[in-house]
Every structure is written in structure tokens, then in C-alpha cells.
Design a protein around this ligand. Structure first.
Ligand code: AMP
Length: 303
């Protein structure tokens, strides 16, 4: 496995990989957990060469966000990457990606980027889109792997790739959770014991929403209001937003028909956590069980 820190070296390395060999990219901010590893494993199964990028992207953090204390664990991430059979870890410095006079950014317009996370974290998706375009240009991946945990990010990345005519195929994989349902996140490390217990409220609330819909609830406003009440009861939790939306546009729905997506963001102690769940109204329990909760329905195999 190679560890590359310079953009020019990463580009040279990529040039030596010729079609029909395929390259898979897993963009991360490091501090690996099983969620990251699930993406790496899928890339390993599907592609000839796997590149994992590790870069805490300063420009997607707002003022007062957790950039300084964001967990960093490069040596452990490198050894995990090696174990998973990764070919290249690309871990550039901040100066390498954004030199002193850096001034080019990718601005994603439209309601998709101004709602939910976009509304709560001004400039966040501009930072995400900018770093991803840079990574796509440096690594030129045939396939790029993302987690459904960051659902809005996935929709935005797909839109950017489509609108800027990029040649990478976006592969989306399901959220990996702890036994009690808490979605794995590098930010979970901020939680103390008590807060960790409280953090399960995000998943509990989503599961409740699923249950209410199974029981026949079709009013999204009532679901949102019941979730707000649930979160209020958890004294350590502070709700940022909860919404029931169309899974493709993220627009709020007026009533619940077919598939809807519930998303929420909650602060617990120093951790701001997000989660989401796709909910399906009007199907039998068995059909629902068989349904794959993934945005990407057909994953093309790299040969
Ligand atoms: P991050 O390092 O947090 O920027 O995440 C890197 C990638 O891992 C993103 O595509 C995330 O959506 C994905 N990811 C983060 N947490 C999980 C999880 N619990 N399950 C699956 N994928 C995840």
C-alpha cells in the first residue's frame, strides 16, 4: 500500500493505471469506524484499485464548528486501510489542497443545498462540493463510494457529478449502526457515557416514525410534532431539525404516500449528530423487509 501526500504524486500514480483496470475512491475525513470500512470493502470487491482519501476538509466547517477538535487518527487509519487491501491512501495536508491564495469554490445552488444541513450549516455544501471536485479531478475514480448516513450530501454529490458532466459513478451504501441503532460517526467519540446512552434517541425517533406509518399515520406534521416531543423528553438532547420529505427532492411532503424520508439533526453534549431513515407507507411488512434501503438500486459491477 502507498501513502501519498502530494497531489502531483497522486496524479502520476493514477496515470499509470490504465483501462480496463478500474479505480474506486472512498473519500473520508478519517478516524475510521465500521461505516468507513464498509465503503472500503465494497470498493475492494468491485474495483481493481482502491484509493482512500483522508482529509479533514477545513472549508466545509463553519465558524464555531468542530474543525479543531475533529478526531484525527492517521496512523490507525493507515493500518486499517492496509488490512483492508487498499492500494493507496491519499492524505494531503491543508496547504496542499488549499494553498495560501486559494480562491476557487464550487457553489451548489437550488433548494437541495439550502435546506436541512444547508440551512443549519451555511457554506457546508460549498466546502463539500469543492473538495470532492478536487478529489475527483486528482484521482479520476471510475466509482466513488458514499454512505447513506449523509443522505443530503449524496443527493448533492450526484447532482454535481451530473451537472458538471463528471465521469465517476456514485455508489451509495447503507448506514452502519451500533447494536442499539446509533449510526456510527466519527463524532460519536465526543460523547461521554451518559450522552452516548442518550444518543440512541435519534434512531429511536426514526424507528417510532416508521412504526406510526405502519400503523396508518399519514400526516407528516403529526409525525414531526411527535418526534419533537420525544426529543424534548431526552434532557441531554437538543433538536436542530426534523423533517419528513420527498427522498429525491428533500421537499417537505404534505401527506405520506409511497416512500418518504425522515431526517433529523440533534446536538448531544459537544456532538451534533444526524441520521435518516427511508419510510414506506402502504406496503405489507414482508415487502418492506425485502426492500433494500438504498438510493442506488443497481450497483454496476466493475469487471
Ligand atoms: P466522513 O469521514 O464522516 O466524512 O465520512 C466518509 C464517508 O463515510 C461518507 O460517505 C459518509 O457518508 C460515510 N459514513 C459515515 N458514517 C457512516 C455509517 N455509519 N455508515 C455508512 N457510511 C458512513
Amino acid at each position: 500500500m502507498r501513502l501519498i501526500k502530494e497531489i502531483s504524486q497522486m496524479k502520476d500514480c493514477r496515470k499509470k493505471i490504465k483501462a480496463p483496470q478500474t479505480v474506486g475512491l472512498v473519500p473520508t475525513m478519517g478516524a475510521f469506524h465500521e461505516g468507513h470500512l464498509s465503503l472500503i470493502r465494497k470498493a475492494r470487491q468491485q474495483c481493481d484499485k482502491v484509493v482512500v482519501s483522508i482529509f479533514v476538509n477545513r472549508i466545509q466547517f463553519g465558524k464555531g464548528d468542530d474543525y479543531q477538535r475533529y478526531p484525527r487518527n492517521l496512523s490507525e487509519d493507515i493500518s486499517l486501510s492496509e488490512k483492508e487491501g487498499v492500494d493507496v491512501v491519499f492524505a494531503p495536508s491543508l496547504e496542499e489542497m488549499y494553498p495560501q491564495d486559494y480562491s476557487t469554490f464550487v457553489q451548489v445552488g437550488g433548494p437541495l443545498s439550502s435546506t436541512l444541513e444547508g440551512a443549519s450549516r451555511s457554506g457546508h455544501f460549498k466546502g463539500v462540493a469543492t473538495v470532492l471536485i478536487k478529489l475527483f479531478n486528482i484521482v479520476k475514480p471510475d466509482f466513488s463510494y458514499f454512505g447513506e448516513k449523509d443522505y443530503q450530501q449524496v443527493l448533492i454529490v450526484k447532482k454535481v457529478v451530473d451537472e458538471l458532466n463528471l465521469d465517476t459513478q456514485i455508489i451509495v451504501l447503507p448506514t452502519i449502526r451500533e447494536k442499539d441503532g446509533l449510526a456510527l460517526s466519527s463524532r460519536n467519540s465526543y460523547l461521554n457515557k451518559e450522552e452516548r446512552k442518550a444518543a440512541v434517541i435519534l434512531y429511536k425517533a426514526l424507528e417510532k416514525a416508521k412504526l406510526w406509518i405502519e400503523e396508518g399515520e399519514r400526516n407528516p406534521f403529526s409525525i414531526v410534532s411527535k418526534i419533537k416531543d420525544l426529543i424534548k423528553k431526552e434532557s441531554l438532547a437538543k433538536l436542530d431539525y426534523v423533517a419528513v420529505v420527498n427522498p429525491e427532492t428533500l421537499e417537505k411532503v404534505e401527506d405520506i404516500k409511497g416512500e418518504v424520508l425522515a431526517l433529523l439533526a440533534v446536538s448531544i453534549g459537544k456532538a451534533r449528530l444526524i441520521d435518516n431513515l427511508l419510510l414506506i407507507a402502504g406496503r405489507s411488512y414482508l415487502e418492506k423487509k425485502e426492500k433494500k434501503f438504498s438510493i442506488e438500486r443497481s450497483i454496476k459491477k466493475c469487471e
